[in-house]
Design a binder for this molecule. Structure first.
Ligand SMILES: CSCCC(=O)/C(O)=C/O
Ligand SMILES: [Fe+2]
Ligand code: NI
Length: 180
């Protein structure tokens, strides 16, 4: 279950309903997928072939089609990040820069863990959304955010985009931003 930490105050928000209510004020949706649907060989597997990535997408086809119908996503993929990812440092360097997307996007953690850090209003400032397997959040268009791994440094995530070209990040220059 996801947990939120507000960086300015260290306040922790936990519990599905509290997390959902907090995120909804920023138009971030918070839902769950049942990751136990994945075949055993795809659970906690961080070195996936293209065929295995397709198998993950097939497993969750009903959930993806539901999001497509509700929210208009047009393309999706599976990303794996771990020490086995050849360009892990280069990818993380991009994900760890504060940025925006011009479209709403979905992220679902299917293995491992990760944190999206999202910019809230005024005094709230940046808050961490710590995600574990099954957690789904949206990142709304033009919302400043970045992503980082936990100390275990491994994650598998399904991503849904409206943009046909997938992941396009626009750097967001924020003079108020301090690295935690
Ligand atoms: C776990 S998804 C990888 C990071 C990403 O797609 C993104 O948009 C970061 O902000
Ligand atoms: Fe992003
Ligand atoms: Ni939950």
């Amino acid at each position: 279950m996801a947990e939120i930490r507000i960086r300015n105050t260290n306040e922790i928000i936990s519990g599905d309903d509290n997390v959902r209510e907090f995120l909804n004020q920023y138009e971030v949706i918070y839902e769950h997928w049942d990751v136990s649907k994945l075949p055993a060989g795809l659970q906690n597997n961080f070195t996936l072939s293209d065929e295995q990535k397709s198998e993950i997408l097939n497993t969750f086809d009903a959930e993806i089609q539901d999001l497509v119908a509700r929210r208009g996503y047009r393309t999706w993929d599976v990303i794996t990040l771990s020490e086995a990812t050849p360009n892990i440092e280069e990818l993380l360097a991009k994900f760890e820069q504060v940025h925006t997307h011009t479209e709403d996007e979905i992220r679902v953690i299917v293995a491992g863990a990760g944190t999206f850090i999202i910019k809230g209003d005024g005094d709230t400032g940046y808050f961490d959304v710590n995600l574990v397997p099954g957690d789904l959040i949206s990142v709304p268009e033009n919302t400043a955010h970045f992503f980082t791994l936990t100390d275990e440094r491994k994650v598998v995530a399904v991503r849904l985009f409206v943009e046909e070209n997938g992941w396009i990040a626009h750097p967001y220059d924020d003079p108020t931003f301090k690295k935690a």
